[in-house]
Design a protein around this ligand. Structure first.
Ligand code: PHE
Length: 345
């Protein structure tokens, strides 16, 4: 019993003087831990006469409980002190400015492409695409471009040293988006209203206005009783919505093997509105694209009966449109991935 009282008193007074959580844990282990002093004292229980064992056992339990409570109280007291100390020394300035994350931006080509897609979708056109690696057949023959046509020459076309298959000839990097005309006619038949934005490739010496890779948008409409008047209406509506101001369009004769009649399309200069300025070389008009009524042979290649259906097609340079829109004077910037250029959009 004396030993128990000594343990209790000495532990309580030692506990009072403690200032850290580690020394508290050490003292706890040493006294009421599994191999601690209290356990040692309890080992003497078996040496006591029967009638004293119960009393001793109860006293030992009391001591243990008292000490446990004392340890718990001291622990929470010390924890509070240590937490406060921590809060005093660790500072966090919530008024300090944050680190601005770098965010990307949409490429100007994609931006304008989406706008073009939106406007044509609203007019009932579907958005199509086709392979960038084409066969000679779809890039040329199907479009009524005979094998002696200069566009097939090595000066213009990247050929791939591989056959597509027996019927479709060699593989080429498509030189325009027009091959998707025949592909779509074969797949969906008439009537059709589509636009085809996509990359095209030409064997070209690169300078500020020429690149080997650029983007076009093809348009194709096939239906009954279709005329060039519909084309003019659709184009003026498209350009007026795109530029947010009234734009007019003019047709000039032009030649493309896959249209008859064929056209060059200009639109009124946005800067001088037709009066003539430096941008339009004092003509009042900006060259925009090739177009025309779809050639009979092209409709036939697409499996469409030219005696029932007519259509028109156009193709313009999306890249050039983007350059006009933003006043970009070097085509190579568009593929440069230069953040100084891209961050401006
Ligand atoms: N494919 C032609 C080009 O790349 C443009 C065009 C498309 C012309 C459709 C007429 C009809 O230049």
């Amino acid at each position: 019993m004396d030993k128990l009282n000594i343990l209790l008193d000495s532990t309580l007074s030692a506990l009072k003087k403690l200032t850290t959580l580690t020394t508290l844990s050490d003292l706890e282990t040493k006294t009421i831990g599994r191999k601690g002093e209290l356990t040692e004292i309890l080992k003497t229980l078996k040496d006591l006469p029967e009638d004293q064992r119960k009393e001793f056992g109860q006293a030992a339990n009391e001591t243990k409980k008292t000490l446990e409570t004392a340890f718990a109280e001291k622990r929470s007291e010390l924890e509070t002190i240590e937490m406060n100390k921590k809060l005093e020394t660790e500072t966090c300035d919530i008024t300090e400015p944050g680190i601005k994350p770098k965010v990307g931006s949409v490429h100007p080509l994609s931006k304008v492409q989406w706008e073009v897609e939106n406007i044509f979708s609203q007019m009932g056109f579907s958005i199509m695409d086709g392979p960038e690696i084409e066969s000679e057949y779809y890039n040329f023959e199907g479009l009524n471009i005979p094998s002696y046509h200069p566009a097939r020459d090595m000066q213009d076309t990247f050929f791939i040293d591989k056959q597509a298959d027996e019927k479709h000839g060699r593989l080429v990097l498509r030189t325009h988006t027009s091959p998707v005309q025949v592909r779509t006619m074969q797949k969906y038949g008439a009537p059709l209203r589509i636009i085809v934005p996509g990359r095209v490739f030409r064997y070209e010496a690169t300078d500020a206005s020429h690149d080997t890779t650029f983007d076009q948008v093809e348009g194709l409409l096939v239906d009954k009783n279709i005329s060039l008047a519909h084309l003019k209406g659709v184009l003026e509506e498209f350009l007026t919505r795109l530029f947010g101001k009234k734009v007019t369009v003019r047709f000039r004769p032009g030649y493309f093997p896959f249209v008859e009649p064929g056209l060059e399309v200009d639109f009124s200069c946005l800067l001088c509105e037709g009066k003539g300025c430096r941008v339009c070389k004092h003509s009042g008009w900006l060259e925009f694209m090739g177009a025309g009524m779809v050639h009979e042979n092209v409709l036939k290649a697409g499996g469409i009966d030219p005696s029932v259906y007519q259509g028109w097609a156009f193709g313009f340079g999306l890249t050039r449109l983007v350059m006009m829109r933003y006043g970009i004077d070097d085509i190579r910037l568009l593929k440069s991935s230069d953040p100084r250029f891209l961050q401006q959009f």
